[in-house]
Write a protein that binds this ligand. Sequence first.
Ligand code: ADP
Ligand code: MG
Length: 240
Amino acid sequence: MIEMRKVDKFYGDFQVLRNIDLTVSRGERIVICGPSGSGKSTLIRCLNQLEEHQAGEIVIDGTMVHANLRGIEDIRREIGMVFQSFNLFGHLTVLENCTLAPMKVRGIGRAEAEATARTILERVHIPEQALKYPVQLSGGQQQRVAIARSLCMNPKIMLFDEPTSALDPEMVGEVLDVMVELAESGMTMIVVTHEMGFARKVADRVIFMDAGEIVEVAPPEQFFTAPRNERTKKFLGQIL
Ligand code: ADP
Ligand code: MG
């Protein structure tokens, strides 16, 4: 589903990704962790070409992506993305947040878009919030709307960039629960997070990044209990 081969990315002279090799199969769940500034966000943003890479190849579901690709919008449509800050449209209701892109981008009619949105709001356990505005919701509810909004586009891949790090601690669980359910439904997912419980529950592999490199890749149990790389050990010593 996702293939990165020897990908390098620079911001000016600064190399932010170094020789990234990563293959993700359909239905696989990957957790990425690593220190701040190690390139985690940049890596996932390269997948839908929100950031352009300078060397190497990125193939998404059989299509090689690059900045000038005609039809990059088609690829982006297949990739849902959820950020730390929920980025909801504040002037739209929850339901409108969920129907906007399906109607505008996919050309789906309002009745069908709303029916789908309501089903998906049930799936993230907030059907009763459909007619509220984002400010009326808690952070955890807003993040579940952000997930629902992505799912309404029926993506093949879901990318999460520290989806719980802006939340009050008591709301982290309700967002992770939704993500666990999504993982169990077979979605291909890449999740940047330091939530070890989540990684243990759903990740097929955990990736540790440092200074733009993938330093270690391991199944969660091994990753957290018996990391091999010194940099991984040091990092885990700091967060655990
Ligand atoms: P992470 O998500 O792991 O914290 P990022 O991918 O956000 O790391 O950033 C990796 C490095 O690239 C950091 O040193 C950051 O300062 C730098 N960086 C990120 N975005 C830009 C940008 N638009 N221009 C220049 N440098 C950037
Ligand atoms: Mg980041």
